[in-house]
Write a new protein. Sequence first.
Length: 265
Amino acid sequence: MLLNVYLKSLRDSKKSIIYYSIGTMVLGLYVTLFYPTIRDSTGLTDFLEQLPEAMLAFIGDADTYTTPEGFLNAEVFGFMGPMIFGVFAIIAGAGTIAGEEESHSLDQLLANPVSRKNVLLQKAAALLTGLFVLSIALWIGIIGGSKIAGFGLSLIGTTQAIFSLYVLGGTLGLIALSVGASTGKKSLAGGLTASVGIIGFLLDTFLSVVEALDPLRFISVFYYFNHNDVIINGINPVHCFTLVAVVAIVLIVAVWRFEARDLRN
């Protein structure tokens, strides 16, 4: 067994990273190649402005939807991108410690001269590296697709939006890792983190039209991910640092609990 836990973790997740990266690249290509159809549609903005408020909360600003950045904001960063990154991160995070503990391979790893803290941090780094590969693939798909389709796109805005998506994925993935490391239960880690993501998405989109629930958006990870439409308006440093702070806190909790508890038999 490799003593370098980071490289071993990457090796074990190689196929998953490759498949998800292909998926994100195809998503970027598909959306950008489809955009000229939206751009050339007549009367689309007027149609969108007539939609119910709940639908517009999902689509975004009707006035910017027919622009390259507005279309990508709605179609990639509004739903599909977070879904792909979130699913990858949650599955990887839940399986990182808790999954190996349930399969009884973690105790074999810990039998080597490596501390629990070192194991957890290297596995967390491998998870973040996997998300980084997905981010690069999405960037290539979007930028490459825009070049093929022949329209201009803000490189800075696109890069910032993908970075924000990367931070969102890292947040969800490390929450799952922390729950798994603290409890040793893979299903609990995955289910609880999925709930955080789904509830956060609902709070920041459809439920935002309910005035009484609007203040709850501040507890949503999606609010800090893309509330200000990063690809259009640039990244919000406060929002980004908030997610980074969450990542730091869950990592500290994960290390503390993982070092303190006994492994499940």
